[in-house]
Ligand binder design. Structure first.
Ligand code: AMP
Ligand code: ZN
Length: 134
């Protein structure tokens, strides 16, 4: 499979490995938002969070928690963002699911997405659409 993260898992592409076990790999993002920006991935290839089994996802999330704690303690930061892009439109470039852990530093200047407000009646319309698709 022509997947850059599968190649990192197999060792064909080098990476700065933060953590590895039977199911999960964590490594430094090559283009960090802040130093210590880490990606946590399942070793099995899944394109989207919708495809991964509960068991596999829980293995990954367990390590997200572990790395988050290590980032805080090791880098002496007070917080970090956990983010996953799902789908090209959402900014997912690599189609092998991954959680981004981005250490945050006071006044680092990063801005998350801008937020808006629902117009009259709009929240209920949206709610109906989502709930009808379960
Ligand atoms: P996304 O846009 O959510 O798909 O994120 C993909 C991330 O993978 C980006 O932040 C890239 O900087 C990172 N990335 C791409 N290639 C590599 C690589 N060889 N080693 C480490 N990180 C990489
Ligand atoms: Zn892959």
């Amino acid at each position: 499979m022509d997947c850059i993260f599968c190649k990192i898992i197999s060792g064909n592409i080098p990476s700065y490995k933060v953590y590895e076990d039977e199911n999960v790999l964590a490594f430094l993002d090559i283009n960090p938002v802040n130093a210590g920006h880490t990606l946590v991935i399942p070793k099995k290839h899944f394109a989207s969070i919708e495809n991964i089994s509960q068991e596999d996802l829980s293995e990954v999330i367990k390590i997200v928690k572990k790395i988050g704690k290590a980032i805080k303690r090791g880098l002496k930061v007070q917080g970090y963002n956990v983010m996953m892009n799902n789908g090209f439109v959402a900014g997912q470039i690599v189609p092998h699911i991954h959680f981004h852990l981005v250490p945050r530093i006071v006044n680092d200047g990063l801005k998350l997405w801008p937020q808006g407000k629902y117009g009259e009646g709009k929240a209920n319309v949206i709610l109906k659409k989502i709930k009808s698709a379960f």
